[in-house]
Each structure stands twice: as C-alpha cells, then as structure tokens.
Ligand binder design. Structure first.
Ligand code: SAM
Length: 243
C-alpha cells in the first residue's frame, strides 16, 4: 500500500464494509437500539461528556454515520462553533444528513464524504476529533490515527469509542454467544441481512484490545493516552492529546 496499490484482501475489506453500510443504513438506528438494548446511547453520552467540547470549538465526527454524536456536538459548539459530519459511505451520510435536518440542525454543520485514512482537511484544524464504532471498519488504522493527529490543533483531543475486549472470561463467553448467535438472527429478522451482522461480530473479535489500541495511538503521535472500559470492557473509550 505504500506504493499506492492495494492487496486483494485489503480492497475486499473495503468493499465488504461499503456493502455492509449501504445495506444497513436505513435501519441502522433501529438496529443499534435493539442490539445494544439502548446502551449505545449511554456509551455515546459518556463520550460527549468526556470530550468537554465547548461553545465556539471545531469538532470532526469521523465515521459519523447517522450523526448521533454530531447532533450532541452541534448543540454544544453553538453558532460560533462548527461540527463536521464525515463518513466514507454516502448511504449512511444521507441518513445522517436527513436526521440532522429533521432535528433542525443547520448553520454550524458541514457534511462531507471522506475516508478516515486520508482526510480532506488542513493541519491543525480541529479542537476535537471523535470516532464512534468506526475504527474497526478501517483497513489502515495506523494511517487513520495519524490523520486524526495531523488535523487536530496542538492540545486538541481524540476520542475513539469502539468495541473492545471484555474484562472477565464469563462476560466474554456470554458476549461471544450473543454476538455470533443472536446478532445475526436479529439482523436477519429486522434487515433481512444476516451477513452484515456476521461481519459485525467478526470485526469486533479482530479489533485490537485496549492496550494495543492505546499503543497504536502513541505510535501515531498522541500523548496522555488513556482508556476507560464501559460495560465491562465490551466497549472502551480511548482518549489522547496532540502534543
Ligand atoms: N458513528 C456512528 C455511530 O456511532 O452510530 C456510526 C458508526 S457505524 C457502526 C460505522 C461507520 O463507519 C459507517 O457509517 C461506515 O460507513 C463508516 N466507515 C467505515 N470505514 C470508514 C472509513 N475508512 N472512513 C470513514 N468512515 C468509515
């Protein structure tokens, strides 16, 4: 990839991710509530609190999809600030754009189609970058993390909310059963698409654990990195600061 071409496996992953999110876009919000029993709202609320976003700031919500975080940030930054909702997938972006328009968000909002691996923004642009449940879908995670560091202002913060590794063996077993058995069935019933939810379970299992991701953020240039386990480590919120 350093020479500008991709291996077959890499382009396959990109196509798979694109297909998954084109397929689930229309039912995405409903499925989130069903699959997490509504708990994703609490995870996101925690992310918003920890972001400490203030009026007048500039925020990038990358892989923002249907715009849950974007919506909360748009209220926080106010008329003087700006939120960019960016996602690689135009079906997801359309759902996000329509939802935000229905909720009356405008003025301080920009919607942009972009790949996290190469962002169309200048250096030192944002106070906060957030990525919720997006990183595990990215093929070159190191490249994406380096991009987040580049577009942040010095002192700016990155928050990555993502599935992670459950702390206890017991919880891990229950969770595996849930994600590999119940999830695809739910996916089939609601979206008539069990394959996408199989992808979801597999992508979660393959994603780097808490310590590994923390190390990757440091390699990408972040300092003061830390993570908080949520729901027993089923999800983790990683934080880092651009020096
Ligand atoms: N952030 C939203 C949320 O928490 O509800 C959406 C999360 S959704 C599970 C994952 C999103 O990541 C999808 O909208 C998908 O299109 C997007 N995505 C996947 N790969 C991406 C990439 N390389 N760059 C930007 N977005 C990407």
């Amino acid at each position: 990839t350093h020479f500008g071409y991709k291996t077959v496996k890499e382009s396959e992953k990109e196509k798979l991710v694109a297909d998954v999110f084109h397929s689930v876009a229309a039912k995405y919000d409903l499925m989130n509530d069903l699959m997490s029993f509504g708990i994703h709202r609490i995870w996101k609320k925690y992310t918003i609190e920890l972001s400490a976003v203030r009026a007048g700031q500039k925020v990038l919500d990358i892989a923002g999809g249907s715009g849950d975080l974007t919506y909360a940030f748009s209220k926080r930054v106010g008329a003087e600030g700006k939120v960019v909702l960016a996602d690689i997938n135009d079906s997801m972006l359309k759902v996000g754009r329509d939802k935000l328009a229905n909720k009356g968000v405008s003025g301080n909002l920009e919607v942009i189609q972009a790949n996290a691996e190469s962002l169309p923004f200048p250096d030192n642009e944002f106070d906060v970058v957030t990525m919720a449940f997006g990183l595990r879908n990215v093929t070159h995670k190191e490249a994406a993390l380096a991009e987040f560091c580049r577009v942040l202002k010095p002192g700016g913060r990155l928050l990555v909310l993502e599935f992670s590794k459950p702390k206890s063996r017991q919880l891990s077993k229950m969770y595996d059963f849930y994600s590999f058995t119940a999830l695809p069935i739910m996916g089939k019933l609601v979206t008539n698409d069990s394959e996408s939810y199989k992808y979801l379970a597999e992508s979660i299992r393959k994603h780097p654990d808490q310590e590994t991701l923390k190390g990757m953020m440091e390699t990408a240039g972040f300092s003061r990195t830390q993570f908080h386990n949520l729901t027993g480590g089923i999800v983790a919120l990683h934080r880092g600061v651009k020096p």
